[in-house]
Design a protein around this ligand. Structure first.
Ligand code: ADP
Length: 594
């Protein structure tokens, strides 16, 4: 809790002057409402209706300057002018207060949203894999939106109303003291305390319900996101109704939780108004018993009204804040997620990398107690092309993922050119690696810009050269704007083989000394694969390359093969050596019929 407050304070610090100005204008607005108006009724009305009640000092001053015949009119005018003056001051201060609170709130929120997104970019993959993507999307978009809406809704009230209540209660106490009505004062303070109870009780319940509702909204987003991403599977297995039912269940639960929050929110107004009516009725009874005049009564009633009305409005604003609090907690959970794979404090520069890779006694598990890689010991000299083969689930992809530090070895070390990858800054390390994965991810931009991702500062000519080397031009005739054609989501509009070529062009452009081809050709039909093989052979030349191979055709380019089984390397050598000495390799190879 304390940590969270400190974090918000850090966000507030750059805005401190605006925030102080917001508070100051809130104080003025509150003073003008809570004190100014009741005072006006209490002090000015009697003067207007009976100028003899003018305070002596003022009437002497006026009498000295003004023709006595006009005195009454001037007094009247002056007294009446107090009202618009109070309202002008109140109006300007209220406007300034609401605008500044919104400004400060939104700026802070903007920082929080960016920090959450930044954090998501840097948190370990293992964290992201455990999360529902839809829920994370919902946090970045809906929860921040929720907080933003609340800020604008409460900006007018959050500072002004509590201060108005305090100043109105202050005036009330003063007036009742002046009237010598201690009993009345005490009962009214009792009523004010009574009015606080529903604010506190409802606030807690609203926060709980809102927490559930926001979580529900995350679940709904997950269902929608999953459904849109897996339409082929859903249609081929006839899962449409299941998805619809799931969304309906989620929406139903979300609505129920929302409705419960709304019920608690709306109960506040009638409860507070009843307490106000009770307090006024009590005052009528006591005032009448004491023989209070109408103007005295009106002044006190005005202060009482402002005290209770502003408590009610402050209560509504606090309830909205409670709702926003639920969203803030969800954002905060991401911000406070520890980075389990931080960069080293003093990262080691690795300069030019030759591409020597060493695995020293490497053990790895995704979950405690379930070892995936067991005591891996391998030296890969610079420039060697290594194919990783083995049954599915044997640990090949995991092995390759330790080199770019997608995960950290549980024990042992992975070294590049003799430097432990944990001693190098992640961005520096990854500059020396190119990755072509099974499902090449293309972004919603032109083919050319998709290739440029390999090296953003590359000249146009270099991008075109990389495209030529990966035979991207062979399919550009079909694209409406050639290499400038903008792709749909995730490279929509291109076939698997074409996407793969764009990814290979990216790797050509990056020109990194280490290359990881994660089943790069697995998603292709035999013909496309045959064609791409040629570009791959060209790409791997002179680079240390790891090919996570499922099809044995991709081992044609390999100098060396590592055979994986249950997280261990059970074979290491050339094809002919392994075929004669490694039974698992022979079995896998023969099954492929190659
Ligand atoms: P291969 O590439 O040889 O098919 P992987 O390295 O992908 O094998 O997987 C090895 C084992 O690790 C499998 O049992 C798989 O279930 C598990 N695994 C892979 N990725 C994850 C992950 N992100 N979280 C938890 N377990 C995983």
């Amino acid at each position: 809790m304390r940590e969270r407050m400190m974090r918000y304070l850090r966000y507030l610090l750059p805005m401190k002057w605006w925030f102080l100005l917001a508070i100051l204008s809130g104080v003025i607005a509150a003073g003008a409402s809570g004190m100014g108006i009741p005072f006006m009724i209490y002090k000015v009305f009697p003067v207007v209706f009976d100028p003899s009640k003018m305070p002596e000092a003022v009437s002497e001053f006026m009498a000295a300057r003004v023709d006595p015949a006009n005195l009454k009119n001037v007094l009247l005018l002056l007294a009446c002018a107090v009202m618009p003056v109070v309202f002008v001051i109140r109006g300007v201060a209220m406007w300034l207060n609401a605008v500044l609170v919104s400004y400060v709130g939104m700026k802070i929120l903007e920082h929080i949203r960016m920090d959450v997104f930044r954090k998501l970019q840097s948190l370990p993959l293992s964290f992201l894999e455990r999360q529902q993507k839809g829920d994370l999307i919902s946090r970045v978009i809906t929860d921040t939106q929720n907080v933003q809406t609340m800020i604008t809704q409460v900006s007018n009230d959050i500072i002004k109303q509590p201060l108005t209540a305090v100043s109105a209660i202050g005036v009330l106490v003063y007036m009742m003291y002046e009237q010598g009505t201690m009993g009345m004062m005490l009962t009214n303070i009792g009523f004010a305390a009574l009015a606080l109870a529903p604010i506190i009780i409802c606030g807690k319940r609203i926060a709980n319900r809102s927490r559930k509702a926001q979580k529900g909204l995350g679940d709904i987003t997950s269902v929608v996101q999953e459904s849109l991403a897996s339409q082929r599977e859903i249609r081929s297995y006839g899962l449409e109704q299941r998805q619809i039912d799931e969304l309906s269940k989620g929406t139903d639960k979300y609505c129920k939780d929302q409705l419960k929050a709304v019920k608690y929110q709306q109960i506040l107004v009638p409860v507070m108004e009843t307490v106000t009516a009770l307090a006024l009725a009590n005052m009528l009874v006591q005032g009448r018993a004491m023989g209070m005049t109408l103007t005295d009564f009106l002044g006190i009633a005005g202060a009482l009204f402002f005290a209770f009305d502003s408590m009610k409005r402050a209560g509504i604003a606090f309830n909205k804040l409670n709702q926003a609090q639920a969203s803030l907690e969800r954002l905060d959970a991401i911000l406070s997620e520890p980075d389990t794979m931080p960069d080293p404090e003093l990262p080691q520069p690795i300069g030019r990398v030759e591409g020597r890779i060493s695995f020293r006694n490497v053990n790895f598990s995704y979950e405690e107690g379930k070892p995936i890689l067991k005591n891996i010991q391998v030296e890969i000299p610079a420039g060697q092309v290594v194919a990783l083969v083995g049954p599915s689930g044997a640990g090949k992809t995991t092995f390759a993922s330790l080199i770019p530090r997608f995960y950290d070895a549980t024990s042992g070390a992975v070294l590049i050119d003799g430097v432990d990858v944990k001693d190098v800054a992640k961005t520096e390390l990854r500059r020396h690696l190119a990755l072509v994965s099974q499902h090449a991810m293309l972004f919603r931009q032109s083919i050319k810009e998709n290739i440029r991702i390999g090296r953003p500062q590359a000249e146009d000519e270099e991008v075109l050269q990389a495209a030529r080397e990966a035979s991207v031009f062979s399919f550009l005739d079909d694209q409406p704007q050639g290499i400038d054609t903008v792709l749909g989501d995730a490279g929509g509009g291109l076939s698997g083989g074409q996407r793969q070529r764009v990814a290979i062009a990216r790797a050509f452009l990056k020109d990194a000394p280490i290359l990881i081809l994660d089943e790069a050709t697995a998603a292709l039909d035999a013909e496309s694969e045959e064609k791409i093989q040629h570009e791959l052979e060209h790409l791997v030349k002179g680079r240390t390359t790891l090919i996570v191979a499922h099809r044995f055709s991709s081992i044609r380019v390999a100098d060396r093969i590592l055979v994986f089984s249950h997280g261990e390397i059970v074979g290491d050598g050339t094809h002919s050596k392994l075929y004669s000495s490694c039974p698992l390799y022979r079995e896998l190879y023969d099954k492929q019929g190659i």
